[in-house]
Design a protein around this ligand. Structure first.
Ligand code: PMP
Length: 291
């Protein structure tokens, strides 16, 4: 059965100062963000009614907006309080929270100096990003045809809508070939990340992860690095070449949506859903649920 489309659900959405009925949270077709990708957003999860790292996500939304030259009318603290309000208004315990800001309709051209910045927050019940079976076996990645751009080619530290067009194309291509996701290299040809999650690789009980110098240093990535270090694992952040992918034993992705997801293969390279992935997945699960 197809899921209910996102514009036809019930509930409340915060939009520019009001809690509006879900179906009434609309924008005009001539909105700058729709044509020129002037939109920044966050993806967060709530566990047992509490948003994990909510303030960090609010602060990142501010940072993304600042990079794009957009001024948000709400402080990180105000955003954080509103996200809780949206969660409660929709009676969500375990779900996903999407806070976003975009440029409006006052101008329709590359220049957007006169546009107003709008903010909305929506939340919905949501389970795993990947199915339970996939999570057990590990997901399969192919190589993406697009690379992460250099920091002087795009605002790579912003979580901005425009950066996702290469992710959606790459993900569609992966799915068309029977894969779950795609691994993107960066502009230099180093291993970067998946289309919506950061990457970790393990060999000889050491955890390697690419240096986030041209892609998001994910909040989940930072959380898992701390968990791994606290558990005594050696964590090596470095540039990783695609030729090295065959050397590793275990592999996983991290993201607010993906959480800790084991990877079973990247192209022809196979990985086991082994003890370190399981250990960190359990540790993350306990942390987010405050067990
Ligand atoms: N990279 C990309 C491209 C993403 O979309 C995400 C998800 N926001 C991440 C990495 C992971 O970020 P986080 O852990 O903060 O969700």
């Amino acid at each position: 059965m197809a899921a209910i489309p996102f514009d036809q659900r019930d509930g409340k959405i915060y939009l520019d100062g009001d809690m509006v009925d879900w179906k009434d949270a609309k924008i005009h077709v001539l909105t700058h963000a729709l044509h020129y990708a002037s939109c920044v957003f966050e993806g967060e999860r709530a566990y047992n009614g509490v948003i994990f790292k909510s303030l960090e996500h609010s602060e990142r939304l501010h940072k993304s907006a600042a990079i794009m030259g957009m001024k948000l009318p709400l402080s990180p603290d105000e955003l954080t309080a509103l996200k809780d309000k949206v969660l409660k208004a929709n009676n969500i315990q375990d779900g996903y929270v999407r806070a976003f800001a975009w440029r409006g309709s006052e101008q329709m051209g590359v220049s957007a100096q006169l546009t107003q910045t709008h903010i909305a927050i929506a939340a919905w019940d949501w389970g795993s990003y990947f199915s339970a079976e996939k999570r057990e076996q590990g997901i399969n990645l192919c190589m993406a045809q697009y690379r992460r751009p250099a920091p002087d080619m795009a605002p790579t530290q912003a979580k901005a809508a425009g950066l996702y067009m290469i992710c959606t194309i790459s993900k569609h291509n992966a799915e068309a070939q029977g894969y779950d996701d795609a691994l993107m290299l960066d502009y230099r040809g180093y291993v970067a990340e998946a289309t919506g999650a950061n990457l970790f690789l393990i060999k000889d009980e050491k955890i390697h992860t690419p240096t986030p110098d041209c892609f998001l240093n994910g909040i989940t990535r930072q959380t898992v690095i701390k968990l791994a270090k606290d558990k005594g694992y050696e964590l090596i952040e470095r540039h990783i070449k695609p030729e090295e992918l065959g050397d590793f034993e275990e592999c996983f992705l991290t993201g607010s949506a993906a959480e800790v997801t084991a990877v079973g293969s990247i192209a022809d390279h196979k990985y086991t859903v082994g003890p370190i992935v399981r250990d960190l997945r359990d540790a993350y699960e306990s942390l987010v649920r405050q067990l």
